[in-house]
Design a binder for this molecule. Structure first.
Ligand code: MN3
Length: 219
C-alpha cells in the first residue's frame, strides 16, 4: 500500500469565513504533503513503505531512534483525520449517539465545549486537541507536536490542529479565536458518530498489515 496524500473532503474555500482558502491550500498542499513525502522516504529506509500509517505509527511509537519516522507518519495520519473532523456548516450542538454520550460524560454540551476549548487553547507550543473514546468513556485530551491517541490505545473521535500553521495566516496569534470558530461552526459530528459507532477511526484505511517485519528493518 502506497502512502498517499488524501484529497481534502471539500473545496478549499468551503470552510470560509472560519478558515480561509489560503490557509487550506498551504496547510494541505504544503504542510500535509511534506509529512506524507517524508514518511514515504523514511519508511523506505526501514522497509516499511508498504505498510499503513497506523502500522508504522504503532511500530515506531516510543522508539527514540525512529522518532523522525514516527513524527512524520503521525502528522500524516493526524492531518487526514483533521480534514474529516471539519465540515462546512458544522459545529455547535451534536446529534445522534454522541450527543447522549457527551451529556453523560461531560454533564452538558456547554461543559464539553468549554473543556475542549480550554485543552486546545492551553496546549503549550504545537500539538492537537482531541475528543477520544478511552475504554468506555469519552475524554478530551491534548497531544504535543505529532503525538496521537492512536499511540495510546485510544479511539480518536474528532481533532483540532493547534499548530500555528493551522490559523496564523487568518488570525495571527489569536489561537482562541480559531478554536472558538472550529467548535462553533466546523466540527463534523457525523464523523464523530461514525467513529464512535465503529470504534475505529475512519480518517484512513484500516490496518491490514499482518505478519512480521521484513528482516533487517531494525524494528
Ligand atoms: Mn497542521
Amino acid at each position: 500500500m502506497q502512502i498517499t496524500l488524501p484529497k481534502l473532503p471539500y473545496a478549499y474555500s468551503a470552510l470560509e469565513p472560519h478558515i480561509s482558502r489560503a490557509t487550506l491550500e498551504l496547510h494541505h498542499d504544503k504542510h500535509h504533503r511534506a509529512y506524507v513525502e517524508k514518511t514515504r522516504a523514511l519508511a523506505k529506509e526501514v522497509y516499511l513503505q508498504d505498510q499503513t500509517l497506523e502500522s508504522i505509527i504503532r511500530k515506531t511509537s516510543g522508539q527514540e531512534r525512529h522518532a523522525p519516522l514516527f513524527n512524520n507518519a503521525a502528522q500524516a495520519w493526524n492531518h487526514a483525520f483533521y480534514w474529516r473532523s471539519l465540515k462546512p456548516s458544522g459545529g455547535g450542538k451534536p446529534h445522534g449517539a454522541i450527543a447522549d454520550r457527551l451529556s453523560a460524560d461531560f454533564g452538558s454540551y456547554e461543559s464539553f465545549a468549554q473543556q475542549l476549548a480550554s485543552a486546545a487553547t492551553n496546549r503549550f507550543g504545537s500539538g492537537w486537541a482531541w475528543l477520544v473514546l478511552d475504554g468506555t468513556a469519552l475524554k478530551i485530551v491534548s497531544t504535543s507536536n505529532a503525538d496521537t491517541p492512536l499511540a495510546h490505545s485510544q479511539v480518536p473521535l474528532l481533532t483540532i490542529d493547534v499548530w500555528e500553521h493551522a490559523y496564523y495566516l487568518d488570525r495571527q496569534n489569536r489561537r482562541a479565536e480559531y478554536i472558538a470558530a472550529v467548535i462553533g461552526h466546523l466540527l463534523n459530528w457525523d464523523f464523530a458518530n461514525q467513529n464512535l459507532q465503529q470504534r475505529k477511526p475512519q480518517g484512513v484505511a484500516p490496518d491490514q498489515v499482518v505478519g512480521q517485519l521484513a528482516a533487517g528493518s531494525g524494528l
